[in-house]
Ligand binder design. Structure first.
Ligand SMILES: Nc1ncnc2c1ncn2[C@@H]1O[C@H](COP(=O)(O)OP(=O)(O)OP(=O)(O)O)[C@@H](O)[C@H]1O
Ligand SMILES: [Mg+2]
Length: 511
């Protein structure tokens, strides 16, 4: 046992002696800095996640069953809103715990020992305070308090689930998640905005940054790779707002996308060939439509002896090749200095002898450098951009270059796009939450001032079933010889390409 408890303070300051009524909730609410910034056990890693990693690894079967139990428990936990009374009791016990425990020493323990210590003290407080709770409620309370003290508080159960794509916290009382393409409101809530801000602070401090009034926006990454954005008051009017794109431990591959109906097997084969034969590819799509996932899938077909350089704002890609250099942009510091933007990275890439350059998201003048790279012997380069159709993607590229201050005539920019991009793959998140690859489109040339494209595959919406699920089909457009045919032949993929196109044609007829 350790801590700053002594026999005198065993009465847990702040708490009425046993047997007396609890103080009214308002008087018990935690002070603003209720969760102190604990030194993270395990070297300040990803809070609970990294600490869990330090524990002896369970067998895969055990791990699966634990994960399942956790998911079940947290699913019901997330869905159900706990009573006000629960939060009042938690607040009382939490305050008493903070008074009774030495946080610096607690921070030096490993997670299990720290939990045991917290468990002992919480049990004592419950007894002293005569709180009436079932064993299950006590366990819940203990879990919540441990998460508050040792991890990311109420976020922990959500972070532990692998079925969640996004976690969106809009102030202390409102948290949404995206599961299976659908937005759901959860019962998760924070004690107050101060607790939420504190958790945001913990997250961004892992990458040596902070968020406050002076610097109210921050992008960060959890140690497990999840992408985080924090924006706090005064910019976020209703309290700190946290958006987490959860990292998928089992990254999706093209066969998974086929299983989900995002693409047909033939379409997937064609994408595989496009990745392998070093077409320059642009992946276009709306927010959360699956662009990064698709880019990840396509990079899976890059040969293992190629030198690949990736440039991202927050590294999300998971390339499996042995020869990959990962670069990440850097925001300016508080004095507004030291920024390294995407353009700097892409330009630097060119001096690093890359064979392929992969840009996580093209959103500015780096478009020019990427196109130049594609044009100058770095075939097979890829990038994503925000657009709702392949044609819109082309216009976006044009305007990014125009707005980047390159004084080039519009026709020259178009010619550059035409000479660089081979294929545009469009990802979409449909209104029923499903994600589909809606176009595989080739850029084939120019006619006058217009860039000509041809679709190889399109997704057509046919209707909607009784449950609001969209019914649609992928249709081949009947192109038997795509523009990249010669490339496919050069890489000995001609036969496979012809077969896939033929099968896609016959699937059209079957449908
Ligand atoms: N075809 C798919 N089927 C089901 N889930 C998918 C599919 N593609 C992507 N997802 C899931 O959707 C979520 C968003 O995917 P992703 O990060 O690739 O989107 P994005 O378009 O890059 O988003 P952003 O615009 O925010 O960068 C992830 O959780 C991912 O696992
Ligand atoms: Mg993305």
């Amino acid at each position: 046992m350790f801590g700053k408890r002594t026999d005198e303070n065993r009465t847990t300051p702040g708490l009425p002696p046993a047997g007396q009524p609890a103080a009214p909730p308002a008087a018990l609410s935690a002070p603003a800095a209720a969760i102190p910034d604990l030194p993270m056990p395990g070297g300040g890693g990803f809070g609970a996640q990294s600490q869990r990693a330090a524990a002896p690894a369970p067998s895969p079967a055990q791990a699966a069953s634990i994960a399942q139990q956790q998911a079940k428990k947290s699913e019901s936990g997330a869905a159900q809103r706990k009573s006000e009374n629960y939060y009042d009791i938690k607040s009382t016990i939490f305050n008493a715990l903070i008074d009774a425990i030495d946080l610096t020493q607690l921070g030096q323990l490993d997670r299990d020992a720290a939990r045991d210590e917290i468990r002992d003290i919480v049990n004592e407080i419950i007894t002293l305070k005569d709180v009436v709770m079932s064993i299950a409620e006590q366990e819940d309370l203990l879990e919540d308090i441990c998460n508050d003290v040792l991890g990311y508080g109420p976020l922990e159960p959500l972070l532990a689930r692998d079925d969640i794509a996004d976690i969106m916290v809009n102030g202390a009382n409102t948290t949404f998640i995206e599961v299976g393409g659908k937005m759901q409101k959860t019962g998760v809530r924070f004690r107050d905005n101060a607790q939420l801000l504190n958790i945001c602070q913990r997250i961004v401090s892992q990458i040596g940054r902070r968020v406050d009034e002076a610097s109210p926006i921050c992008d960060a990454r959890l140690m497990d790779g999840s992408r985080v954005n924090v924006i706090v008051p005064p910019l976020a009017i209703d309290g700190p707002t946290l958006t987490i794109r959860k990292f998928k431990k089992d990254r999706l591959k093209l066969p998974d996308l086929v299983k989900f109906g995002s693409i047909t097997p033939e379409g997937a084969t064609i994408l595989e060939i496009i990745g392998r034969v070093r077409c320059n590819v642009l992946i276009s799509g709306g927010t959360g439509s699956g662009k990064t996932t698709l880019l990840n899938c396509l990079t899976g077909y890059i040969d293992h002896d190629e030198r690949v350089i990736t440039c991202e704002d927050a590294a999300e890609l998971q390339l499996q090749q042995p020869h990959v250099v990962r670069l990440e942009t850097r925001p300016p510091n508080l004095e507004g200095e030291g920024e390294i933007n995407m353009r700097d990275l892409v330009k630097n890439c060119l001096r690093m002898r890359p064979e392929r350059i992969i840009v996580g998201e093209v959103r500015g003048p780096e478009a020019f450098d990427l196109l130049q790279a594609m044009n100058t012997g770095h075939d097979g380069s890829m990038g994503t951009l925000h657009a709702n159709s392949p044609r819109e993607g082309i216009s976006r590229l044009e305007s990014m270059i125009t707005m980047g201050g390159f004084s080039l005539p519009s026709k020259t920019i178009k010619e550059m796009i035409c000479g660089s991009i081979d294929v545009i793959v469009q990802a979409s998140r449909l209104r029923d939450g499903s994600r589909r690859i809606t176009h595989i489109t080739e850029v084939v040339g120019m006619e006058g001032d217009v860039i000509i494209t041809q679709d190889l595959f399109v997704y057509e919406i046919v209707g909607e079933d009784a449950n609001g699920k969209i019914i649609g089909r992928h249709r081949s457009t009947g192109i038997a010889r795509p523009h990249f045919w010669d490339r496919a032949r050069y890489y000995n993929e001609e036969r496979r390409l012809a077969d896939a196109l033929e099968k896609a044609e016959s699937r059209n007829e079957m449908d």
